[in-house]
Design a binder for this molecule. Structure first.
Ligand code: AMP
Ligand code: GLY
Length: 367
């Protein structure tokens, strides 16, 4: 089977390595890829936003499956366009990608499907005064979110009413552009977070080992939020019993509800969960793709034909037997970032020690 991978981060490097190890794998192409990915895949000289060009590339190179890494092309409708031109795609349609693209949409789905999540209310920019009134009824801290895609930056945890008002004003003044045309205000949940990935074929699913990621820049959970500084899998916080509850209260209801409303979810459904002190899972957010850097660990604690799992999901009848958890194996990923990150940072620094790391058995992902 020949595969085209869309994306060029650490997540896509991990996806490429796992696909390359699959028995069913033929040639792998990547667009745009990165130097790590391009050691194992060939570069596809296509623009990610040019769906017709991608389709032509797929025809010329007998691509059997397109795997989409990041959310933006999914939000832009890459899966719909390529499916419409006769290709198999691992990744949701534009309508199903709304689970990540709009936090208000995701909340409505959760209410419809009966999925536990934080109490909330949504407001349009013309309802700013209602929003300012609403927060007066809420306990602190409270959480204010720009509705749309904001690269993980559109969430403000307000410790005071002053901060909450400031957040509402700045989102509605355009701090996050059109992503802030609507806001979701919700109660603050306490607990520890975990990431659960379900590989979905529209009706059925297969759940991968649970992971945790860490977003603060410094050790000891200090400093600014980043795109992710590390991850580990499987997390012992999610016991088999808790995973059964997550499956029955979160994954199955969402997959069923999305299918019933005519927007079946095909791809990786990422449930960002808060495990409350009462050991109950509540959904913080949904993403419609693999997590980064969780994928770098999750894919190292499974074995089998990962490509077959994605292909059977994309073609409508997931084979849940082709992958299984590696017993007794754990993985951890540490992200190395340039000085200054997540603010503006130095570019062009040389990275040394990659061979040394590989020689002691580490896998070095390029991001
Ligand atoms: P999100 O983009 O919705 O995942 O939010 C980003 C981060 O903000 C999450 O990973 C949590 O750490 C935090 N967060 C979001 N919503 C809540 C909430 N209701 N209660 C507590 N923390 C939250
Ligand atoms: N690790 C967080 C994310 O992928 O959104």
């Amino acid at each position: 089977m020949n595969v085209l991978i869309i994306g060029g981060g650490g997540r896509e490097h991990a996806l490429t390595l796992a696909i390359a190890k699959s028995e069913s794998c033929g040639s792998i192409f990547a667009a745009p890829g990165n130097p790590g990915i391009l050691k194992i895949a060939r570069r596809a000289d296509v623009k990610i936003s040019d769906f017709l060009q991608i389709s032509n590339f797929c025809k010329e190179n007998q691509i059997d499956l397109v795997v989409v890494g990041p959310e933006q092309p999914l939000a832009d409708g890459i899966a719909d366009a390529l499916r419409g031109m006769g290709h198999f795609v691992f990744g949701p349609s534009k309508d199903a990608a709304m689970l990540e693209v709009s936090k208000d949409f995701a909340k409505n789905i959760m209410i419809g499907a009966g999925v536990p999540t934080a109490a909330y209310k949504s407001f349009n920019s013309y309802e700013k005064n209602d929003a300012l009134e609403y927060i007066q009824t809420m306990a602190l801290p409270l959480v204010i979110k720009a509705d749309g895609l904001a690269a993980g930056k559109g969430v403000i945890i307000a410790e005071s009413m002053y901060d909450a008002e400031k957040a509402i004003n700045s989102i509605f003044s355009g701090e996050f552009g059109s992503a802030g045309a609507k806001i979701v205000i919700e109660e603050f949940m306490t607990g520890e977070e975990a990431s659960v990935f379900a590989i979905c074929d529209g009706k059925d699913y297969f759940i991968l080992p649970p992971a945790q990621d860490h977003k603060k820049i410094f050790d000891g959970e200090r400093g600014k939020n980043t795109g992710g500084m590390g991850s580990f899998a499987p997390t012992p916080m999610i016991t088999p019993e808790l995973m059964t509850i997550i499956e029955s209260k979160v994954i199955k209801p969402v997959v069923d509800f999305m299918n019933e409303r005519g927007t079946p979810f095909i791809g990786c459904l990422y449930a960002g969960l808060m495990i409350t002190p009462e050991n109950e899972p509540k959904v913080v957010e949904f993403n419609v793709r693999f997590g980064d850097p969780e994928t770098q660990t999750v894919l190292n604690v499974i074995e089998g034909d990962f490509l077959k799992l994605l292909y059977t999901a994309a073609t409508g009848k997931i084979d849940k037997e082709c992958v299984k958890n590696r017993k007794g194996v754990v993985a951890t990923c540490v992200v190395l970032a340039a000085n200054g990150y997540p603010d503006s940072y130095v570019k062009g620094d040389e990275i040394s020690g990659i061979n040394d790391a590989e020689n002691v058995g580490a896998i070095v992902y390029h991001a």
